[in-house]
Design a protein around this ligand. Structure first.
Ligand SMILES: [Zn+2]
Length: 458
């Protein structure tokens, strides 16, 4: 039995783990490489395995860095089933189509500049991929090959996210492998906490925040309330929130709803100005069964009208532009989260020159993005070919994260009834993985930081 790390090792994108068990070959996740040098080539180079020998795929969750190369796999002839949860299937339809659209748009832009740009896949490949999806509920056991039994547990990271438990058998040898996928931070709004696992001979553990702890949700909400009161009631301006369409937007809406229902905030006027975020919010609402008990109670409890959050979904471009006429008292949530595309750029052009406006940053901003420039305090930025002065207040809220921090990762591993025999750390920058490796070794575990293309015997 063999395992090869084909991506998401030594870095946080491109997750892909290839297993060989007797005659069976399969992968867990098939992620897109995002950001960094050489990413164009990396998403297009040949796989380190034969696509036509792959029998099936297990997909942990819908984020593109885990799912974004599935359409390429299907384009290259993969015909087997892709096992995942129903909620992940629903999200994938939105996210993979969006990914194909973005590539097409980028190809257009490059063509106009006379530069060649090959899309990795198109909408047809995405539709072909969606047809391959086979859904399994959490804790429902399935046997995709005679040598493999598997099931998914709730990872609490985004809607539908799973931890993969794999029971592998080759002749007399049995090995249980657990792939953590991305794990959520316990106590976050809406979703359940990551499910505990009994045991594993081999554990593949994510390590995104292996060296850090997050601020508590409570402290973050106090900051959010302070920022909104100051911006709306004292400065009488608008609040612009660049938001990630999947997860963060729904968390924000949920928290705002809660704060208004409890009377902590006055009834706010919120505009959700992102078609993709609206679609994902609708999908989230449809999966009520996945909510934690607090979120289920909140949905069932209708506060009196004076304590209700007013959320408007702006559908058309005209409706989006009409928001420009509101000069005070509005909270506008728009994508993209790092301000490098989408409707948020129009709102920033309108609001950045205005000292009464506030821009609230709620997520990680990668180097080189417009969001990062704002966080770094740029006095002016370029938008639509114009220089726009930054006079609006820029505030960063650090406590929202979809990933477990170091304390939560250690606690989850400590929750195993029998400690895992061997741990491979994946999905982390070297700093995060090495710090977590040290902490786990101090607890007596055998730990290796996985490297891309490493092959290990199971
Ligand atoms: Zn993820």
């Amino acid at each position: 039995m063999k395992l090869r790390f084909c991506g998401g090792a030594g870095e946080v994108t491109g997750s892909c783990h290839h297993f060989t068990v007797g005659a069976t070959r399969f992968i867990v996740d098939c992620g897109l490489f995002q950001g960094g040098r050489g990413v164009y080539e990396r998403n297009r180079t040949a796989w380190p395995f034969a696509v036509d020998q792959l029998q099936f795929v297990v997909l942990t969750h819908a984020h593109l860095d885990h799912s974004g190369l599935l359409p390429r796999l299907c384009r290259e002839g993969f015909m087997g089933p892709i096992y995942t949860t129903p909620a992940t299937r629903d999200l994938l339809a939105v996210m993979l189509r969006d990914s194909a659209h973005l590539q097409q748009a980028e190809a257009e832009r490059n063509r106009r500049r006379g530069r060649p740009f090959a899309v990795i896949y198109d909408l047809e490949d995405v539709e072909r991929t969606l047809e391959r999806l086979q859904t399994v509920d959490y804790r429902e056991e399935f046997s995709p090959a005679p040598e493999v039994r598997a099931r998914l547990l709730d990872a609490g990271h985004i809607l539908g996210s799973g931890i993969a438990e794999l029971w592998l058998q080759e002749a007399e040898r049995r090995v249980k492998v657990v792939v953590s996928g991305d794990l959520g931070q316990p106590g976050r709004p809406i979703l359940q906490d990551p499910e505990p696992v009994q045991d594993a001979d081999v554990l593949l553990l994510e390590s995104t925040y292996g060296d850090r702890n997050h601020r508590s949700l409570e402290a973050t909400l106090t900051e959010l309330v302070g920022a909104l009161r100051h911006a709306l009631l004292e400065k009488h301006g608008n609040v612009i929130i660049p938001a990630f369409a999947v997860g963060r937007t729904q968390e924000l809406l949920y928290c705002l709803n809660d704060l208004v229902a409890s009377g902590t905030l006055p009834p706010l006027q919120v505009f959700l100005d992102s078609p993709m975020a609206q679609e994902v919010t609708r999908i989230t609402a449809r999966h009520f069964e996945l909510f934690d008990s607090a979120a289920q109670a909140a949905v069932q409890h209708k506060p009196p009208p004076a304590r209700r959050l007013h959320v408007t979904f702006t559908e058309t471009v005209q409706e989006s532009m009409a928001l420009n006429r509101i000069s005070a008292g509005a909270v506008i949530i728009a994508a993209s989260g790092m301000c490098d595309g989408g409707r948020i750029r129009h709102h920033l052009r309108q609001h950045l020159p205005n000292p009464r406006a506030t821009v609230l940053i709620t997520g990680f901003q990668a180097a080189g993005t417009l969001g990062r420039q704002l966080v770094d305090g740029a006095p002016e930025v370029r938008l639509f070919g114009e220089v726009v002065p930054v006079r609006a207040e820029i505030l960063t809220l650090g406590g929202f994260s979809a990933h477990a921090d170091q304390t939560a990762l250690l606690a989850w591993v400590a929750g195993f009834t029998t400690p895992p025999g061997q741990v491979y750390l994946v999905h982390g920058e070297p700093r995060g993985s090495e710090a977590l490796a040290l902490a786990l070794q101090q607890r007596g575990l055998a730990v290796t930081v996985a490297q891309e293309q490493d092959e290990v015997m199971l």
